[in-house]
Design a protein around this ligand. Structure first.
Ligand SMILES: Nc1ncnc2c1ncn2[C@@H]1O[C@H](COP(=O)(O)OP(=O)(O)O)[C@@H](O)[C@H]1O
Ligand SMILES: [Mg+2]
Length: 265
């Protein structure tokens, strides 16, 4: 009896070990294939502006520079493409910094409403006149322990999307709600929306619903991937909801502490 049992034990041990090894292999393969895909994407994204620049520069060199009408517009194409590459490389550096092992957040306690309000002010100063802003922020103070630069970047990436994809006359709504130890921050637009089947993919590196359109709007496809890493580093979550053609809401959460009540009075 004893003998049998120990054989069974040994075999189960062996099978479990095998499953672990197989699991590790598939996990490693997944990481490796993601890495390859990432490198292919980066190369492709860099090659596109470079080949465009090359052909415009060739045309200029072959004589277009003498044409007072054509030359400025060709030059502006090469300038735009250069700007795109700078944005892309900056985004990539941002991601690689966060991937590094000794990456640390520089956190401090911040009254979130005040902080959010200031950021919305900044966007309000530069926004298009035909877009209206609506702020729906609670009166109570919610204190969050955040790296201000990083959360500024998250808000910047999300808000600039909602402006980019808003229609003329659209409204953008900014909200904060408390829920279970977290604040839920949201930005709602009345823009083109995102199809249901790809709504989770928009947080993947380089994913764009419409590549050509995103490119024309100056997008790199990395904005939300960066936002996601930053929110997760703060212990939060980020997601989106959308009615295709009607608008999009991007939500993210941050752990908070409520304004201190005076217990003694
Ligand atoms: N507010 C929005 N409305 C509609 N589509 C959006 C919105 N925000 C993001 N998207 C979609 O998600 C994709 C990824 O967003 P992002 O990572 O910021 O890349 P980018 O803005 O550089 O294209 C966008 O290309 C777009 O297709
Ligand atoms: Mg973007």
């Amino acid at each position: 009896m004893r003998g049998n049992f120990s054989v069974i034990q040994k075999e189960t041990g062996f099978v479990n070990g095998l499953i672990t090894v197989l699991h590790d292999i598939t996990e490693q393969e997944k990481i490796e294939s993601e890495r390859r895909e990432f490198v292919a994407n980066v190369s492709h994204e860099l090659r596109t502006p470079l080949t465009t620049m090359r052909s415009y520069l060739e045309a200029l060199a072959e004589g277009a520079w003498k044409d007072e009408e054509i030359a400025p517009s060709f030059l502006s194409v090469t300038q735009n493409e250069t700007e795109r590459m700078i944005r892309l490389v900056n985004d990539l550096l941002q991601l690689s910094k966060m991937d590094s092992k000794d990456y640390r957040l520089k956190t401090g306690w911040v009254n979130f409403n005040k902080f959010y309000d200031h950021i919305i002010d900044r966007f309000e100063m530069t926004k298009n006149d035909d877009i209206t802003f609506k702020r729906d922020l609670p009166k109570e103070a919610y204190f969050v322990d955040i790296d201000e630069d990083k959360i500024t970047q998250v808000l910047y990436n999300v808000i600039s999307n909602s402006l980019k994809y808003s229609p003329e006359g659209g409204q953008v709504t900014f909200r904060v709600r408390p829920s279970d130890g977290f604040i839920i921050v949201s930005i709602t637009d009345q823009g083109v929306g995102i199809p249901k089947n790809v709504i989770d993919k928009i947080f993947d590196r380089f994913y764009r619903v419409d590549k050509a359109r995103a490119r024309n709007l100056g997008g790199t496809g990395l904005g939300l991937a960066i936002a996601k890493e930053m929110v997760v580093a703060h212990g939060g979550k980020i997601w989106a909801e959308s009615v295709d053609g009607k608008g999009t809401t991007v939500f993210f959460t941050l752990p908070y502490e409520q304004e201190e009540e005076d217990d003694w009075s």
